[in-house]
Design a protein around this ligand. Structure first.
Ligand code: AMP
Ligand code: GLY
Length: 426
């Protein structure tokens, strides 16, 4: 099988790495890819926003399948263009990807499908903000949740006890021309579950947990994700089945009913609150960095699963099987991330990290004319460790992250710590 992966981040490196482990191994191409992906696939210099270029490339290569990684090309219609050209593609249409591209539309779908989520109001003018905050948080005794309606690379959400800061974020989003979604605060641990769908059927992958805040102890601003682990030793029994039955299937059915079937990954971001399961957000693609740990544990073939989904044939595929091993990933971020990431710094220590048993996925790297590997984004590398326990996997990922040499870089030291402690007690 010949496969083209569109994207250039850590998620796409993980997808490519897992595809390369299938037997027989598929022939792999990437656009544009990155220096890590280039070790596994032929990279082609076609930009993420060059939708025409992607179609031309997929045609020229004669690929059997295109996997679109990031949300931006999906929301822009990359999958539609490829499908119109008769190419099998794993990734939703622009219309279906609005589940991620518009939080207010996602709320509308959830309401229609009876999917549990935080109560919310959408605000379009600054005058509406104070009343909106009152409505979703009448007692003001829990944090305020203020979201940009559109795509924001994980950085459009502010959760704060400070009323003035909540107002200020809402005003900034409106001033930039967006709408604001104000939400009821959800307590409880968060879970990310990726559900593969062919538009009708749903196949869940293994659940993971992501760490969204920049600093240890869940301090600091929201980011795209600073680390992740899987499995979740603390998850209640039946959690995956419950999410599939109460969230994924009704959502997929509602989209099909509207004539916009969802083909790809329905990423269910959930809070397990004291009042039950609630959707925090949907994404229309694999999560980053959760993919780096989830795919590490997949023992059954990956390409046939994606290909079957792209072709509407998911019912014919055996359920994925997961290794008992734990996987932990720690993101190494550049100085200034998430507010103002510094780029262009040389990166060292990857071989040392790998000698310690970790593997290092490239998220925001580039190789200059001089051949030197340099930082090219906010999240630069994701360092993955695996082991018989979360504690073991965590130790490898963390020692690997510490071995990375990148001036001013930072990583969290507490990824999966509480879960590893809980697992050890159990
Ligand atoms: P989102 O981009 O919608 O996933 O939001 C990013 C992060 O903000 C989530 O992963 C949560 O940690 C936090 N968050 C979002 N919505 C809520 C909510 N309603 N209550 C509490 N925390 C939230
Ligand atoms: N890790 C969160 C996301 O991919 O949106």
């Amino acid at each position: 099988m010949k496969i083209l992966v569109i994207g250039s981040g850590g998620r796409e490196h993980a997808i490519t790495r897992r595809l390369a482990a299938d037997r027989p191994a598929p022939e792999l191409h990437a656009a544009p890819g990155n220096p890590g992906i280039a070790q596994l696939a032929t990279c082609h210099p076609v930009a993420l926003d060059d939708l025409d270029g992607q179609v031309v490339l997929a045609r020229e290569l004669g690929v059997d399948l295109v996997v679109v990684g990031p949300e931006a090309p999906l929301v822009a219609g990359a999958a539609d263009r490829l499908r119109e050209a008769g190419i099998d593609v794993f990734g939703p249409s622009a219309e279906a990807a609005r589940l991620e591209g518009s939080k207010s539309w996602a709320k509308e779908i959830m309401a229609a499908a009876g999917v549990p989520t935080a109560a919310s109001v959408t605000v379009t003018s600054p005058e509406g903000l104070p009343a909106g905050l009152d409505r979703v948080n009448p007692l003001g005794d829990v944090p305020f949740v203020v979201k940009a309606d559109g795509l924001a690379a994980g950085k459009g959400v502010v959760v704060t006890a400070d009323h003035a800061a909540a107002l200020a974020h809402g005003e900034a989003v409106l001033a930039a021309g967006g709408q604001v979604v104000l939400e009821e605060y959800l307590d409880g641990p968060e879970v990310s579950l990726f559900c593969v769908s062919d538009g009708t059927d749903v196949v869940p992958l293994a659940p993971a947990q992501d760490f969204k805040r920049a600093l240890d102890g869940d301090e600091g601003p929201n980011t795209g994700g600073m680390g992740a682990y899987s499995p979740l030793p603390w998850a209640p029994e039946g959690l995956v089945d419950e999410i599939v039955a109460d969230v994924a299937r009704p959502t997929i059915a509602e989209l099909a009913r509207r004539g916009t079937p969802f083909v790809g990954i329905l990423y269910c971001g959930l809070a397990l609150t004291s009042r039950g399961l609630r959707v925090v957000e949907f994404n229309a693609r694999f999560g980053d960095p959760e993919t780096q740990v989830v795919l590490e544990r997949l023992t059954t073939p990956f390409a046939p699963l994606l290909h079957a989904a792209a072709r509407g044939e998911l019912a014919a595929v055996d359920a994925p099987v997961w290794s008992d091993e734990a996987a932990v990933t720690v993101v190494v971020a550049s100085a200034g991330y998430p507010a103002a990431p510094r780029t262009g710094d040389p990166i060292g220590g990857i071989e040392t990290a790998e000698a310690l048993g970790a593997h290092v996925l490239h998220a925001g790297t580039c190789r200059g004319e001089d051949g030197v590997l340099r930082s090219a984004g906010g999240r630069v590398l994701t360092v993955v460790g695996t082991g018989p326990t979360l504690a073991a996997a965590r130790e490898i990922a963390l020692s690997g992250a510490r071995a990375i040499e990148l001036e001013g870089s930072h990583h969290r030291g507490d990824i999966a710590r509480a879960a590893a402690d809980e697992e050890a007690r159990a």
